[in-house]
Design a protein around this ligand. Structure first.
Ligand code: FAD
Ligand code: SF4
Length: 455
């Protein structure tokens, strides 16, 4: 059954609620002091580093001069998901990483926290800055209810097009609701953002899987354009013995339960092993520690320098007490009715960087919970079933300037097209695709060229 209203009344007894916000909101005094540190650089490098090109010096100046409402408008004009981005963006490698204060060896401006201060001001007062455009008669179906589709739907609605977002899960928001670490954003905050953004007037149908509850062919027939914002698929599997033992799970599935499922508990887990070296592995390890698991190990095949997770996130994980185990290749999950541990083959780098086993060297780490964070599958079969839409290197082939695919009516953006980046990239690409769809409609509206042959 589909549902068109956003549910923000998630039950309170979810595990994620035990994890507090690691960067709480700034007080007014702190926000003003921080805003007044900004040097308002000409040609500001922070703007270049933000995928949605928010005019950062402008919004900070507005905070500094007491115009917090104006600051929120500046942010949301460029990035309608500026509220969640303020909390989830890896600012260390984006805007704040480009701040000129870094060169002076002084702390960069807390751009994310100032952004949160301004957007929270607008949310608390439900200040709405954008209006639905005059109706054009065009209809767009947006597949997936994550950041890419929601940003696209907002922009298209501003342009007067009627949008329907189709989300398979019970709640919209994509990974902002189901995947992002609770110490950055809780699920209810993601749903609050969607409800705020949706007020412009687009529809969200939840519990509606395209390909199961509604056919993509019918969307192509019934709508003027279709946007694919489907993200990525289920967790990748290791393909080793014992992987289906209760207590062994994929990382994204585990995070979703921990964030969204009221009955889920971590009873009896004193040792946990997280397999992987990326940001998701680091998130899970930190979440487990925050939830009180005394011993959390991250097991990775290679060395620390090879890990794909952000350096600042790994540093935080180490500081909090995550144990790092290197050069361990998963061999088997151990246990009968429940997981009791995980066995690894010890490896070392061989010729051409290829890993080779160290003969006779195996390690078994005790664990009542094993979480596999080695990536997500790609929704290749779904995409390839759409005529004309290309799929290469695990991504939907889409024009970066317009989101256009090989099917004239189909556009794409977000993780499914960029291969997995950040929420801010999905928001940027959703907006780009919205403008691409609008430009496509303009080409349809133009009168056909009439050639007059004079005899
Ligand atoms: C564990 C984890 C933690 C992360 N943490 C951060 C972070 O801290 N900061 C950050 O910026 N980024 C983070 N990211 C990345 C970020 O969440 C993604 O880049 C972003 O959510 C991508 O948005 P999207 O809309 O493309 O896809 P998604 O957010 O994945 O949304 C896609 C939606 O489409 C739905 N869907 C899929 N197929 C169908 C279908 N056939 N029919 C209907 N609905 C469908 C899905 O249910 C899902 O809700 C994280 C990612 C993961 C996995
Ligand atoms: S959206 Fe993200 S990257 Fe852009 S300015 Fe805000 S916090 Fe920085």
């Amino acid at each position: 059954m589909s549902d068109t209203s956003v549910r923000i009344d998630l039950p309170a007894n979810r595990l994620e609620r035990q994890i507090p916000d690691l960067k709480p909101p700034l007080s007014e005094a702190s926000a003003l002091a921080e805003a007044n540190r900004c040097l308002y650089c000409y040609d500001a490098p922070c703007i270049q580093a933000c995928p949605t090109a928010i005019n950062i010096p402008e919004f900070i100046k507005r905070i500094a001069t007491g115009n917090t409402k104006g600051a929120a408008k500046t942010i949301l004009e460029s990035n309608i998901l500026g509220h969640s981005c303020a909390r989830v963006c890896p600012v260390e490698v984006l805007c704040a990483g480009a701040c000129v204060y870094n060169d002076k060896e002084e702390p960069p401006i807390m751009i994310g926290r100032l952004q949160r201060y301004a957007t929270q001001y607008a949310y608390d007062r439900n200040l709405q800055f954008f209006k639905k455009g005059a109706p054009t008669g065009r209809k767009i179906a947006l597949v997936g209810g994550g950041p890419a589709s929601v940003a696209a739907a907002h922009e298209l609605t501003r342009l007067g097009h009627a949008c329907t977002v189709l989300e398979g899960r019970a709640t919209p928001g994509g990974l902002n609701t189901t995947g992002v670490a609770p110490y950055k954003l809780h699920a209810e905050d993601s749903l609050e953002e969607i409800a705020y953004v949706q007020q412009i007037g687009f529809e969200i149908k939840t519990n509606t899987w395209v390909g199961k509850d509604v056919a993509i062919e019918s969307l192509l027939a019934d709508y003027d354009a279709v946007f694919l914002g489907i993200g990525l698929g289920a967790d990748s599997r290791l393909g080793i013995p014992g992987e289906d033992t209760p207590g062994c799970t994929g990382a994204v599935a585990w995070i979703e339960r921990m964030k969204n499922e009221p009955s889920y508990k971590l009873e009896g887990v004193t040792h946990a092993v997280v397999v992987g070296g990326g940001n998701t592995a680091i998130d899970v390890a930190r979440e487990l520690l925050h939830l009180g698991v005394p011993c959390v190990s991250m097991a990775y095949r290679r060395d620390e320098k090879d890990m794909s997770g952000y350096v600042h996130e790994l540093a935080a994980a180490k500081k909090e007490g995550v144990r790092l185990e290197f050069r361990l290749q998963p061999k088997a999950v151990v246990g009968g009715d429940r997981v009791t541990g995980m066995t690894f083959q010890v490896v070392k780098p061989g010729e051409g960087g290829k890993l080779v086993p160290v003969e006779g060297a195996e390690v078994t780490l005790p664990a009542e919970l094993v979480v596999v964070a080695t990536g997500q599958e790609k929704l290749e079969a779904f995409v390839k079933a759409i005529p004309g839409v290309g799929f290469e290197k695990g991504r939907v082939v889409a024009d970066k300037r317009t989101g256009a695919t090989g099917h004239p009516k189909v556009f794409a953006g977000g993780d499914c097209a960029n291969g997995a980046k950040e929420v801010v990239n999905a928001a940027a690409e959703g907006k780009v695709a919205a403008l691409g769809i609008d430009a496509y409609f303009q080409t349809l509206s133009q009168p056909q060229e009439i050639s007059v042959i004079i005899k």
